[in-house]
Design a protein around this ligand. Structure first.
Ligand code: GSH
Length: 193
């Protein structure tokens, strides 16, 4: 399998971590989004959305959207709960991540870290909604080992990607001690260095 990804992107790292966890071999092909490499005609033929990550399977089929890719890769593994309700709770977190966490926590980081915007000049809406997302996780993780029960699942993979680097967008994880402890636990469970 080929993973087309940019190493600065948490969405892409989710795919790498999942592939490594389940023991799926892959070749990483670096795509520099800041140089527009995900918008070339060749790339758009693989993924018309012009975004990373995209994977191309051994038989030539391609797949995009990080959470769809990791769900495909983790099929039948311990990263997806066997119980239907727990599996749905995992998906609940993954959909929430894409709509209520990534657009704020990841976007703040991108503006600060890669576009050079001072934290003080971030849109207040992004800062407020990012903080609200981290607070929601703090409540959920107070007294819980992982987001869905006692074992690491794709919910943790999806949410650790940008939470672990939230400080790069100006969010202080010191204010969210349960989240901070969960980041360390999840990194250890997934062997993230
Ligand atoms: N919902 C998508 C988001 C993908 C996405 O936003 N990718 C960004 C990098 S994190 C990208 O490719 N940006 C470059 C561009 O849009 O030109 C996913 O989870 O895969």
């Amino acid at each position: 399998m080929k993973i087309y990804g940019d190493s600065i992107s948490g969405n892409c790292l989710k795919v790498k971590w999942t592939a490594e966890f389940v023991g799926r071999s892959y070749t990483w092909i670096e795509v520099d989004i800041l140089k527009g490499e995900s918008r070339t005609p060749a790339y758009l033929a693989m993924n018309p959305a012009g975004q990373v990550p995209t994977v191309v399977l051994e038989d030539g089929r391609s797949l995009s959207q990080s959470n769809a890719i990791i769900t495909y890769l983790a099929e039948g593994s311990a990263l997806i709960p066997a119980d239907a309700y727990d599996r749905a709770r995992m998906l609940e977190w993954m959909f929430w991540e894409q709509y209520s966490h990534e657009p704020y926590v990841a976007v703040a980081r991108f503006h600060v870290q890669y576009l050079g915007k001072p934290v003080a000049e971030l849109e207040s809406r992004i800062v407020e909604r990012g903080a609200a997302a981290l607070q929601r996780m703090e409540l959920a993780l107070t007294g819980s080992t992982f987001l869905v029960g006692d074992d690491v699942t794709l919910a943790d993979v999806a949410l650790v990607a940008y939470t672990r680097v939230a400080h790069e967008g100006g969010f202080d994880l010191g204010a969210y001690p349960a989240v901070k402890a969960w980041v360390a636990r999840t990194e250890a469970a997934l062997s993230i260095r």
